[in-house]
Ligand binder design. Structure first.
Ligand code: IMP
Length: 449
């Protein structure tokens, strides 16, 4: 009953509370989180994006329509869901509205979207700085998406950032832009040989969206905690992935935000006591875009085969993804640093037709076997995979809807991954379509189940 509920924001669970569920990528991104989110979509009341910006790329296939979302939470496609952009996100407002307008054109109603007043804005100079910094880094470059993500988070941590709420206080906004530009213009002009930017041009670009933004910008932490108090379900959708997390990923070849489960709390203003399950999305093989180490990367025909069959080209940048076999060391690590309760294994169908499938169970670094991720950057860069070889299958599995519909060797492959990844596999993707999935365990379960 409503009167036994604790007040909003206390973090105390009331009787009959429904879960707070986190979804994170367990590898280097592009694991198919959009699809997993979408599968839960109709049973969820809120979908919250808690980190990253328009560096993400979710592809969701509905009927014969393919939607590529970069900034908006994938819940935007489900009519009864309220999509939320949390405080942990950095927002490029022009991209936001081009995505919103494109959705409206295709008949999707995005009017329920809420944006945290504390979310930071990717200012136009952040984009410029992202690209010039990468150029100046030369061979040390990160291979960023060039969307201004790193510089926007750097400004946030440097306390030079501009937040969504600032748009509604023009003198404050102009003052903040002026403060930021005093520093940026020195950098742009004296170091990077670019032209100086004026306060007016930045203010004008940002303020043109103010009226459209006004109904969306709010205290989303309060909205979400109140929703949990009412017993509604909140899904926290992580952008990027565990190995790109600024703390737990392959630093410095990472993104600039908290892409692991802890980021769901800091990036939304919902405390960890209100999160009941943490679902990691893992592809049946591994991909990575951008620079940085990737122990199972393939440079031969098998890599090209995975790229072609799995359509491994970036949703955001179109870059070809680096492909390799499943890496259980990374899956175990992801399971640990996120406290995963479930794994969703995606793209199992891409492996169909292979005679045997190598799976990396440990690393070898100069003759030493590592069962856990080496913490030393040089050791991880030098790690070579120790493979076990599992038998493949040739049958088309895209029609499988029950685990028992899979050929025995595919079942064995999944069970082997579950064992070496230290987490149960609760669902298995067998094709790109919305319904091409096998669900072994309900993903909306309460803690302790
Ligand atoms: P940034 O996020 O643009 O700063 O890029 C930092 C690193 O994260 C680069 O290696 C990018 O390729 C990678 N990255 C960023 N977003 C994604 C994503 O959604 N999927 C996969 N990789 C990403």
């Amino acid at each position: 009953p409503a009167d036994t509920k604790p007040p909003a924001g206390t973090g105390v669970r009331g009787e009959g509370d429904m879960p707070g569920v986190v979804i994170v990528g367990a590898q280097w991104g592009d694991e198919g989180k959009g699809k997993a989110t979408d599968v839960l979509g109709s049973r969820v009341d809120y979908v919250v994006k808690f980190n990253g910006g328009n560096n993400a790329g979710h592809t969701v296939v509905i009927g014969d329509q393919k939607f590529a979302l970069h900034l908006l939470p994938s819940g935007i496609l489900t009519p009864d869901v309220t999509p939320v952009i949390g405080n942990g996100v950095v927002v490029d407002i022009s991209v936001l509205f081009s995505e919103i307008d494109a959705l409206i054109e295709r008949g999707v109603d995005p009017s329920k979207l809420l944006i945290s007043n504390a979310a930071h804005i990717i200012a136009p100079y952040a984009r410029t700085l992202d690209n010039v910094t990468e150029r100046f880094l030369g061979k040390r470059k990160i291979g960023t998406t060039g969307r201004g993500i790193g510089p926007a988070y750097a400004d946030k941590i440097n306390r030079l950032g501009i937040r969504m709420g600032d748009l509604f206080d023009e003198p404050l906004l102009r003052d903040k832009i002026e403060g930021a530009l005093e520093q940026k213009n020195h950098l742009l002009v004296k170091v990077y040989n670019r032209r100086a930017i004026t306060v007016d041009e930045v203010a004008e670009e940002l303020l043109q969206y103010r009226d459209r933004l006004e109904p969306m910008v709010t205290d989303t932490s309060l909205v979400l905690n109140q929703a949990l108090d009412r017993g509604e379900t909140v899904l926290f959708e992580g952008g990027q992935a565990t190995m790109l997390d600024v703390d737990h990923g392959t630093y410095p070849f990472v993104t600039s935000s908290s892409a692991t489960a802890g980021g769901a709390s800091t990036g939304s203003g919902v405390g960890p006591t209100r999160i009941d399950s943490v679902i990691g999305i893992v592809k049946a093989y591994t991909t990575r875009v951008g620079e940085g180490p990737m122990p199972t990367e393939l440079f031969d025909e098998s890599g090209q085969h995975l790229a072609q069959v799995g359509h491994e080209f970036g949703t955001t940048t179109g870059r070809p993804r680096r492909c390799g076999w499943y890496d259980a060391v990374i899956a175990r690590y992801a399971s640990r640093v996120n406290g995963l309760t479930d794994l969703v294994l995606t793209k199992l169908d891409v492996l169909t037709g292979l005679e045997e499938i190598p799976v990396c169970v440990a690393y070898d670094v100069d003759g030493t076997r590592y069962e856990e991720l080496p913490q030393d950057q040089a050791a991880f860069a030098a790690a070579t995979p120790v493979y076990e070889y599992l038998p493949g299958w040739s049958e088309d599995i895209s029609g499988a809807r029950e685990f028992s519909d899979l050929p025995q060797t595919a079942q064995d492959y999944v069970m082997a991954l579950e064992k070496i990844s230290n987490c149960r596999i609760s669902a298995i993707g067998v094709g790109p379509g919305r319904d091409e999935i096998i669900v072994n365990h309900d993903l909306l379960h309460a803690r302790g189940e």
